[in-house]
Structures are given as structure tokens and as C-alpha cells.
Design a binder for this molecule. Structure first.
Ligand code: G1P
Length: 293
């Protein structure tokens, strides 16, 4: 059986929803408390056993490359001021996984971005993690649950959850082959960003996690631009269903849409509340806000 060891993280998007910050800072580097959000995406993959990660970037995303590199000058200064623990933490980030980068030349869509991973992946199934979807779990990393589903079925796996009808237009929405009960069920069709809830085949949306077969690359090479004039991963997955079975895996973790301002703030508050250093103080502050109303 093919073990999944490689992951792809598309991070080429402009981040226009977070302007003006993203004028000078990649959206993936916006911190959740004090840690860039892409750190958590890489951490999720590493916890699931991924050893090799390709991050697909675009121009002016050097900050991401620097973050996952060593910084000897900073380490030296930290050590000189007796901050050995911080120096070690900084070094550990560079050792999280074998991380490589490639640039998407033009913003032609998620499907086009994934195609840049073709030679890195070769002929193996692989994981995809989208940075706008931050998923926390006390049980198992979400991508690990999808990997287990792959080992069970050998099919394409989509990380899914039910979302409310008014939000379906933001996502790829799956059509279950039969019943959509349980946490793993077969899918026979998908609709990318249905304009109207009536056009959505269900209320189960794909939320930024995939296990894809290597056959997807050949299909992507022949996929024409779809919704929004972009080469859509959803369209390629639909084509792949003719030959490879596709499943929705309902992951257990909590998912934050950090590509959205409110989702980003919610993630920041929840993460901060869980931290022993600032959690109690933040909770007390939130309590004072609540009593003011
Ligand atoms: C992409 C996919 C969509 C999926 C979503 C998950 O859209 O095209 O099918 O549901 O990610 O967050 P994007 O949010 O990149 O426009």
C-alpha cells in the first residue's frame, strides 16, 4: 500500500481580504496570537506523519520561506541574552519537516497551483491542506483522518463538514452517492461555489483538506477554466470520479475560516483563551465586556 508522506500547501493567493496588512505581509504570516497561521497548517501535516511539504507561493512571499529557514543571527543574539529556550524554539521551526517552495507564475486558480506539485509528488497519493482553513483537534489531526480514510478505501478523499445553507456559495459542495450519514461516505458529483442554495447537491462542503491520487495531474493538465475563470481543483476531481472512487470524510476537529476577518478573530480569541500565559487574563477581559452590555 502507498504510504502518504508528502503534502502540498497552496499559499500563492493575494490575500486581498486582509489589505492593507497583506500589502507587505503574506496572509499566511498573519499571526494567531504570536504564531503565523501557516505554522499550524504545517504542524497539522507533521503530526499526521507527513515528512515532505511543498508550499506553492507567488512573488513577494519570501517571508514564508524565511520563517521555515534557520536564522543564525537571531539565534546567536537570543543565546547571548540567555534566551536559550527561545533560540531552540526558533531552530525547531526550521526542522519541522523537509519543506520546499515553488512559485505559481500566474494566479490561475487552485487547480493550476496544485499542478505545480507534479514533479515533487511523482506517482504517489498526496495530501493537500489549504491555509484558509485552520482546523484544531484534540483527537487526531484532520488530515490524518483523511489519510486513514484513504488507507481504508484507496480513493480520493475530501475533508468535509455540513455548513449552513447561506454559506454553501463559498465552497465546493458534494453530492453523496447514497446516504450521507456517518463520517465516511461515497460522493458521485460536486458543484463548485453554487450561486444559489437550490443548486447545491447537499449541505456538505469541502473544507480545505484533500487526499488526492497522482492521476489528478494528467486531468488538471486538461482541465479548462471553470467558475471565476480559474482552473478549478473541483472540476478535476469530478473528472477523476469516472475512474477513481471519491469519498467525503467528515473530520472531527473544529474548523476556522481564517480567510475571513471574523473567522480569523474567532480563531485568535479561541487560541488565546487556551493559552496558560494569557488565557485567564483574556477571559476576565471578555467577562468585563459582557457585563458592559
Ligand atoms: C477552495 C475550493 C473549494 C473549497 C474551499 C475550501 O475555494 O475551490 O471547493 O470548498 O477552497 O475552503 P477557495 O476558498 O480557495 O476559493
Amino acid at each position: 500500500m502507498n504510504k502518504i508522506t508528502k503534502a502540498v500547501i497552496p499559499a500563492a493567493g493575494l490575500g486581498t481580504r486582509f489589505l492593507p496588512a497583506t500589502k507587505a505581509l503574506p496572509k499566511e504570516m498573519l499571526p494567531i496570537v504570536d504564531t503565523p497561521n501557516i505554522h499550524y497548517i504545517v504542524e497539522e501535516a507533521v503530526k499526521a506523519g507527513i515528512t515532505d511539504i511543498l508550499i506553492i507561493v507567488s512573488a513577494s512571499k519570501e517571508a514564508i520561506e524565511n520563517y521555515f529557514d534557520v536564522n543564525p543571527a537571531l539565534e546567536m543574539r537570543l543565546k547571548a541574552s540567555k534566551k536559550d529556550k527561545e533560540a531552540e524554539e526558533i531552530r525547531a521551526i526550521a526542522n519541522m519537516a523537509n519543506i520546499v517552495f515553488i512559485r505559481q507564475k500566474e494566479p490561475k486558480g487552485l487547480g493550476d497551483a496544485i499542478l505545480y506539485a507534479k514533479s515533487f509528488i511523482g506517482n504517489e497519493p498526496f495530501a493537500v491542506l489549504l491555509g484558509d482553513d485552520l482546523i484544531t483537534s484534540d483527537v487526531k489531526p484532520a488530515i490524518g483522518e483523511l489519510m486513514d480514510a484513504y488507507y481504508k478505501t484507496q480513493g480520493t478523499i475530501l475533508g468535509c463538514k455540513k455548513v449552513s445553507k447561506d454559506l454553501l456559495h463559498k465552497y465546493g459542495v458534494v453530492q453523496p452517492t447514497g446516504s450521507s450519514s456517518g463520517d465516511l461516505f461515497e460522493v458521485c458529483d460536486m458543484v463548485e461555489k453554487p450561486k444559489d442554495p437550490a443548486l447545491a447537491p447537499s449541505d456538505v462542503a469541502v473544507l480545505g483538506r484533500y487526499v488526492l491520487p497522482p492521476e489528478i495531474f494528467k486531468i488538471l493538465e486538461n482541465t479548462k477554466p471553470g467558475v471565476g475563470g480559474e482552473i478549478q481543483l473541483t472540476d478535476a476531481i469530478k473528472t477523476s470520479m469516472e475512474k477513481i472512487k471519491c469519498y467525503a470524510c467528515v473530520f472531527t476537529g473544529t474548523r476556522y475560516d481564517i480567510g475571513d476577518k471574523f473567522g480569523y478573530i474567532k480563531a485568535t480569541i479561541d487560541f488565546a483563551l487556551k493559552r496558560p500565559d494569557i488565557g485567564p487574563e483574556l477571559q476576565a477581559y471578555i467577562n468585563t465586556l459582557a457585563t458592559k452590555k
